[in-house]
Design a protein around this ligand. Sequence first.
Ligand SMILES: Cc1ncc(COP(=O)(O)O)c(C=O)c1O
Length: 470
Amino acid sequence: MTNERIHNDEMKVNPSQLDAWDGHYHWHAFTQMAEYEPLVIERAEGVWLFDVHGNRYLDGVSSLWCNLHGHQHPKIKAAIRDQLDRVAHNTSLGMGNSTTTLLAKRLAEITPGNLEHVFFASDGSSAVESALKMAFQYWRQCDTPRPEKTKYLALGNAYHGDTLGSASVGGIARFHAMFSPLLFEVIRLPSPDPRRLPADQPTENAAEYYLSQLEQVLADRHEEIAAMVLEPLVQGAAGMIFHPPGYLAGVRELTRKYDVLLITDEIVTGFGRLGTMFACDQEQVVPDFLCLGKSITGGYLPLSAAITNADIYAAFLGTSASGRSFMHGHTYAGNPLAAAAALATLEILEEEKTLERLAPQCEQLAQILATLSAHPHVAETRQKGMLAAVELTPGEPQSRFPEDQRIGYQVCREALRHEVWLRPLGDVLVIMPPLSTSTEELKFLGDALLQSIDVVTREFAKDQAAVHSQ
Ligand SMILES: Cc1ncc(COP(=O)(O)O)c(C=O)c1O
């Protein structure tokens, strides 16, 4: 019996009671509570989650895109325990912590180019929020101030978090339309989705086409734009939209040419998800701000960071009376327990050569996608490294299931019966398991997904046939 099990037994709460309390007392994020079917996790081991009833589920989306080396990794647990024996938390306002300091130095070493000043926060949204505000303040305090630069440039279908600033630069109506009266105005470019090119544009020109749109906007409005923000290579929450190769490098070139700062949001793509440490590494891009979160602690504790270069940092230096300080911060920013987990996560990446040894898993994932794409209800599959998306269709590749049928959600519900936990983005199924997932476990996930798609789409077809025969 595990310690966790004993703990629960001691509390004498039966599992069904926990489900009921979870459904009542715990208001869950991004969840329609009137329809919520409780799933309460009690413990985890490797890539497996175990619920209070003792059922197991393969953690197919890394506990929402953040677990890297699996659950209960001994090294991460030991690092957190060791830190706990020293200090659990001290503020980062006007003081430091030895573990957090070491992490800041390590991040400066591994992030692209000249990024070296690390501003910690706790969630991805707050890292983006920090970078947006820093970019704004920079233009007021740099050597040749440009206070007219107050606007941001962002992509359609972008997602950068849920605080009002990060939501303003986000572009997914389903998440943020409700709050639009509260959000600030942003200059928006279409998402550079090669599948949405006008009919007269060949796919191989996709990067060029979308970059020419960017250049037009920059040429017209660069004087008022403080920064451009984007998710590099892949727009996650939009449904895993993959940008055309060369787009990111082109964005860097143009933002530099027009004196617009570049904020890359690597909260999802950072720490090896796409097969390289950072997405920016794939196109040798060095942004002005790099935002990190999620996997930074291996998915163990909340931590995020906005990292910038010496030039930008210098604009914030002066006397206390100068008003140049960055007057922004979060109580638990750079928490030492989280920093210890992050350092251990980075050490594991290095010692276990996680990325160098990822090829068999990526290959296995590719094989799963090849099988899935032969299914009549799969319109398209996409993959980069250990991140994949499976787009469902009722028939023709371009057609979509009626939204109210929630087919993506139904497939994921069905997958639970096959011991796999996934969370869809509409009718796009996301596959993003921990990098530690073995090829056998991946195969298990692929088989479960195929069966689940089969069951749910067959049921849908049956219902449709019944409607039409009436
Ligand atoms: C690209 C991106 N940026 C920012 C965020 C926000 O991170 P958090 O939920 O930790 O605030 C997310 C969350 O999914 C994300 O996908």
